[in-house]
Design a protein around this ligand. Structure first.
Ligand code: ZN
Length: 547
């Protein structure tokens, strides 16, 4: 049973309920926020402190086969960063790809209480669920990779759109996924067949009469028709390549008027000759999104230091391996996806790395709607989630930001607007939007990202501090489901969060087509493919509205 208590005297930032720094009580009972409590209820005094909903990371890579492969690839990444056990918590290792337990604890230490693993092939669903169960404190879910799926390609090229939607819904039910993920549609098939890539949205995918444009439209439509809480989550074609902002704009034009999310958009905001030296096109991307309320994005900020490239975009990983010369692993996933992992280090002296860092900041600073341009580093691709406090300081502290801008590669900065001494400083309310309220709303998690009556009692209390990196590095209290988990940087209790997933309705006749496809092309039997009920210890089905 969770505790009952009232948080008093704290300044509350709760953008969804339009509360902007007002001193007011927050009442907690049975894991939820409630309207009031008896006078004699226990209190937590938050005088001089800031009260926010728990952080929500809508795009990170924390569990599943590729994450595990990345751990194995880089023992040196963990060796110098042990995560010791405490009376309440288990041990682990850190680095850019922490072990499961350390991942949960370290997110919680920053005040985060929900995180979404952003790319899992259906064949990796069970592994992912098992690792997510081992990732403590957090509520979590995963996005399932569907844009390089050969069964779906077959239905699409035959114009069987209703069955396409049923198959998508079937995949959600058998994998227990949360949202549909598109990664370089068509690119993995080109990689598997000839170690090549697909460049144009209207190029045909080798072996099929489908194009990336058709795949994108079909999956965006299926997600919207199924009323999924989060729409299609798109990693566009041509990630990381100069000139790719045209592909990004064209992707957004293709789905105009239809709800969709473009992820780590910084990596898709490059001008310059295709494949040549990149420049920033942040203004063009921000302008398009500003005029299209149906589109949202997360930034995918690059932070200097060690990172790990891990992606279902296999040809991209090969390109990164050629650029970095560092160790690399490629894994094809039969019928469903590809995968590549590369060790990366972002250097502030490097033109491209500094430009990427600068474009991310431009996207944050030029965007006029923080609800639709939310914070991510695409952990651990652009940098670790542990760098979020520093990123928050870059957004909130103009002097600090300008000092940093002057210290990095100046040729790169000249290709951005950052040398113009941008005045914008994010307020605490805007930080609350891009780190909790915005991601929760975009994910369709109505009980998260706010502190209104009925919300999950996931609450973070920070000491006010001029140094925002300091402030956001070490919350005073972290409360999950109404339990006081962390006080003054010390764990008081462990906690097992929930798996969040969807289960949209579908016509079961689709299995009549799926079964023979499995018999013919999969190495796994149809019966052994899905994640059975017995693996879902603690979970919550998020309703698909309209059903
Ligand atoms: Zn990602």
């Amino acid at each position: 049973m969770s505790a009952t208590f009232r948080i008093v005297n704290g300044r509350v930032y709760d953008p969804i309920n339009d509360i902007d720094g007002v001193v007011q009580d927050i009442c907690v009972q049975d894991g939820k926020i409630v309207a009031s409590l008896p006078e004699d209820a226990k209190t937590i005094d938050a005088r001089g402190m800031v009260v926010m909903p728990g952080g929500v990371d809508m795009h990170c890579h924390i569990a599943g086969p590729k994450v595990n492969m990345a751990r194995k690839l880089q023992p040196e990444d963990h060796r110098h960063d042990p995560h010791p056990r405490t009376p309440f918590t288990r041990s682990g290792s850190g680095g850019t790809v922490p072990s499961t337990f350390a991942t949960g604890y370290r997110y919680a230490m920053l005040g985060y209480t929900t995180a979404m693993e952003a790319a899992v092939p259906p064949l990796g669903a069970l592994h992912t669920i098992e690792e997510l169960h081992d990732t403590p404190i957090l509520d979590k879910g995963f996005f399932v990779l569907l844009a390089n799926n050969l069964f779906l390609y077959q239905l699409l090229q035959e114009g069987r759109r209703e069955e396409f939607r049923d198959a998508v819904a079937w995949w959600f039910n058998v994998t227990r996924a949360y949202a549909p993920k598109l990664v370089n549609p068509g690119g993995d098939e080109a990689w598997k067949r000839g170690n090549s890539n697909i460049v144009d949205l209207d190029d045909q995918v080798e072996g099929f009469k489908v194009t990336p444009r058709q795949i994108i439209e079909a999956l965006v439509d299926a997600a919207n028709e199924l009323n999924l809480p989060h729409p299609a989550h798109i990693h566009c074609n041509n990630l990381g390549i100069a000139g790719n902002y045209q592909t990004t704009l064209e992707t957004m034009r293709t789905i105009t008027g239809r709800r969709a999310h473009i992820t780590h958009i910084q990596f898709h905001t490059y001008g310059g000759p295709f494949g040549g030296k990149p420049i920033s096109k942040a203004r063009e991307i921000v302008d398009y999104i500003s005029k299209h309320p149906e589109i949202s994005a997360d930034v995918g900020q690059v932070m200097f230091g060690r990172a790990t490239g891990m992606t279902a975009d296999a040809p991209l990983a090969w390109m990164l391996r050629r650029v970095t010369g560092s160790k690399w692993v490629n894994v094809d996933v039969e019928n469903e996806s590809g995968c590549g992992i590369v060790a990366v280090e972002y250097k502030d002296t490097n033109y491209v790395h500094a430009l990427q860092w600068g474009i991310g900041l431009e996207l944050f600073l030029l965007s006029d709607d923080p609800w639709r341009m939310v914070l991510s580093t695409d952990h651990p691709n652009g940098g670790s989630f542990m760098s979020y406090p520093r990123l928050i300081r870059l957004l909130m502290d103009r002097q600090f930001r300008n000092d940093q801008i002057r210290a990095v590669n100046q040729q790169a900065m000249k290709k951005t607007v950052l040398l113009d001494d941008l005045q914008r400083e994010y307020s605490l309310q805007e930080i609350a939007i891009i780190t909790r309220a915005g991601p929760a709303r975009l994910l369709g998690l109505t009980d998260k990202g706010h502190l209104g009556v009925g919300a999950d009692a996931d609450i973070t209390v920070y000491m006010e501090d001029e140094d925002k990196e300091e402030m956001f590095s070490l919350p005073r209290y972290v409360i999950k489901d109404g339990k006081l988990i962390i006080e003054d940087g010390e764990f008081r209790e462990d906690h097992h969060g929930r798996i969040l997933h969807v289960a949209p309705d579908y016509n079961p006749d689709i299995e009549k087509s799926l079964r023979p496809f499995f018999d013919k092309y999969y190495t796994l039997q149809f019966e052994n493919y899905g994640v059975g009920e017995q693996y879902l210890h603690s979970h919550q089905v998020i309703p698909t509205t309209g059903q």
